[in-house]
Unconditional design. Structure first.
Length: 167
């Protein structure tokens, strides 16, 4: 199972504009969704039904379920499975929340081991020191999953680049 922790509400330091229309646009900026996470989920909504053939995929946000459902409708998302961690400790337990309570994007992978579900991998790179000039929000977190889950076009676990031919 792959779980992406969605920054809704957004990180308090994120001052980029929020939605312009709909009920979500009426929220205070700090209570609204992260624009980067929203853009990623726009793309994943299209891929979700294909990924679901091999992976159980869910998106978790700290926002209350009613806000998630409203925003899902406003965005036109039809394939994503969104879950709310409002009222529980999932986001904090799996590093989707910083020590100060700020939302953090986090990708976690859980695998079935017999009858148990175990945490297998997390995108700790968001918490690792960055190189000078590198923005920690732009560390590639999805790339390692292609081979972990064999999500390549031929099913052999090779890199996408090897499958592409340019003419």
């Amino acid at each position: 199972m792959v779980i992406y922790s969605y920054m809704f509400p957004r990180h308090p330091g994120d001052k980029r504009p929020g939605p312009k229309v709909g009920r979500t646009a009426q929220l205070k900026l700090e209570e609204g969704p992260c624009p980067s996470c929203t853009a990623l989920l726009d793309q994943l909504d299209g891929a979700a039904e294909h990924v679901a053939q091999r992976v159980n995929f869910a998106v978790v946000a700290r926002a209350p379920l009613s806000r998630l459902l409203t925003f899902t409708e406003e965005r036109g998302w039809r394939r994503l499975r969104l879950l709310s961690s409002a009222g529980n400790t999932y986001s904090r337990d799996y590093l989707g929340e910083a020590a100060d309570g700020a939302a953090m994007p986090m990708l976690n992978v859980f695998r079935r081991d017999g009858e148990e579900i175990r945490h297998f991998w997390g995108s700790e790179m968001l918490y690792a020191p960055t190189d000078p000039g590198q923005d920690p929000r732009h560390v590639g977190t999805l790339e390692p999953l292609w081979n972990i889950f064999d999500l390549t076009p031929d099913g052999r676990g090779t890199d996408w680049d090897e499958q592409l031919s340019y003419s």
